[in-house]
Design a protein around this ligand. Structure first.
Ligand code: GLN
Length: 486
């Protein structure tokens, strides 16, 4: 039995029935990472040794439990911008290189209550700003399907770890596509929940009005299971919403027949690779046979989404990143003349080029005289984009699009041209601006590289997108394919 091919649901059943011990599960996954991560470089901090130790403790504890939680003994990797008590949380930035949080993010507390095992912290673009992990201050993660290509970003380490079978699932964060785009590039499932569904407490802030934590898995049912665990109101996050959390695992089993699906014409345009388009259309045809009803819709303000996003996200980032001043925590420049000099040298030495670019863009858009022309205007566009989605959802239950305009690109291909890099988010950013949930699932391959199908849902209706995604995985096996690792 190849444990890395199983879903969390299957692994969990084996553990619950005492057919396998937590330590056997964990050892089997971490030994894959031990062999292959030197080529993939998914982990910034490898915790395989403590993972095995922790799992052995669970081996002892299991017999004392009346009910064994679903994640008991399940190994998971965590993006390195999610705070883990006593474990370095670097955001792949020099400025936080040695930062060890004194507290756990709410999502980590919840996973711990279930008895999960952390296998490591995964690489990302510095402070989650990027689409390829090339902005990591440490190294670039490789796409397991082709080591010369990017895994996507910013949650590229998490996506690569799942795709390579180092873990059955990981957590990522998504501000403009950072869960879904790497999921698409690596051939796995990635869900961005509705804004407010999952607590952001302990997620290092990038753009607070857009950031959400979400699951990255191989199987849709595992995304549902993880959503059951991490969702819910948290008084420590003032933007979390006291909305009921359904049992996503039972919701996904419901029928999809009669679901009304919109295809936004603005997403099937020039610039979308023709082979990717064909694969996505084929996926839609397959779902039609399952009884979904498809109609063309319009999200007319889509063309302004990238511009609005790249004003709003940097504006919020420039404010959020003001806290890295060399005083309270993190890196401090070794030599300086006075306080002002200390701030500026610390930030100059501690931040990478993309983070500096965003801070400058954001500071500019927020400065008096430019605020109305840029920030306020972008906020108005955001409202229009939100209204587009709400209008569309009066007639359809979900919206289907490609996740990305093309498959993964070569390492180095877009680093000299930030605009090209920003455009790789063209199909994901409007979803964050509209606050709605969306999932990317593998739907085929172009020249051996995975293609993602994006399913967007109504606010707080993760159930329906998971349900359609689950149905798709029942009738396809793209998600079961593994890259051949060196
Ligand atoms: N790629 C986008 C950016 O660079 C989105 C990043 C994200 O979702 N964290 O901002």
């Amino acid at each position: 039995m190849n444990l890395h091919e199983l879903s969390i649901v299957e692994l969990s059943n084996l553990i619950k029935n005492c057919e396998i011990k937590p330590s056997e599960v964990v050892e089997s996954f971490v030994s894959r990472a031990k062999t292959h991560d030197k080529h993939i470089k998914a982990y910034v901090t490898d915790l395989s040794e403590s993972a095995i130790e922790e799992a052995k403790k669970l081996d002892e504890r299991i017999s004392d439990l009346d009910t064994v939680p679903d994640l008991f003994g399940i190994p998971l990797a965590i993006k390195d911008n999610i705070s883990t008590k006593g474990i370095k949380t670097t955001c792949s930035s020099k400025i936080l290189e040695n930062y060890v949080p004194p507290f756990d993010a709410t999502v980590i507390e919840k996973l711990k209550q279930e008895g999960y095992i952390i296998t490591g912290k995964t690489n990302l673009d510095e402070f989650a700003m990027g689409s390829s992990t090339e902005n990591s201050a440490f190294f670039t993660t490789k796409n397991p399907w082709d080591l010369e290509r990017v895994p996507g970003g910013s949650s590229g380490g998490s996506a690569a770890a799942v795709a390579a079978g180092f873990v059955p699932a990981a957590l990522g964060s998504d501000t403009g596509g950072s869960i879904r785009q790497p999921a698409a590039f690596c051939g796995i499932v990635g869900l961005k929940p509705t804004y407010g569904r999952v607590s952001r407490y302990g997620l290092v802030a990038f753009a607070s009005s857009l950031d959400q934590i979400g699951p990255m898995t191989r199987y849709v049912e595992d995304a549902a299971l993880l959503m059951n665990v991490i969702s819910g109101y948290d008084r420590r996050d003032s933007t979390s919403v006291p909305e009921d959390v359904p049992d996503f695992l039972s919701e996904i089993k419901k029928d999809v027949k009669g679901l009304k699906v919109g295809l936004p014409k603005e997403f099937f345009i020039e610039g979308l690779d023709s082979k990717v388009k064909e694969i996505v259309i084929d996926a839609i045809k397959l779902l039609k046979k399952e009884g979904i009803i498809v109609e063309e819709i319009s999200l007319p303000h889509t063309k302004y989404a990238i511009e609005a996003y790249y004003i709003i996200a940097p504006s919020e980032a420039s404010s959020n990143l003001a806290r890295y001043d060399g005083v309270r925590y993190g890196y401090r420049a070794a030599e300086y003349t006075d306080l002002e000099d200390m701030y500026s040298k610390t930030r100059d030495e501690g931040f990478g080029a993309e983070v500096k670019r965003r801070i400058m863009l954001g500071t500019y858009s927020l400065s008096s005289g430019y605020y109305d022309a840029y920030y306020l205007k972008a906020q108005k566009v955001r409202t229009l984009i939100y209204k587009d989605y709400m209008e569309a959802f009066k007639n359809v239950d979900v919206i289907l699009t490609p996740t990305t305009p093309d498959v993964s690109f070569k390492i180095g291909e877009k680093t000299q041209d930030p605009i090209q890099m920003y455009l790789s988010d063209i199909f994901t950013v409007s979803v964050n601006l509209a606050t709605v949930p969306a999932i990317s699932i593998p739907c085929g391959f172009k020249d051996g590289l995975p293609v993602g199908l994006q399913i967007v849902g109504k606010p707080f209706d993760e159930s329906t997108i998971l349900r359609l995604a689950y149905r798709y995985q029942q009738i396809t096996d793209y998600h079961k394919k593994f890259p051949s690792l060196p």
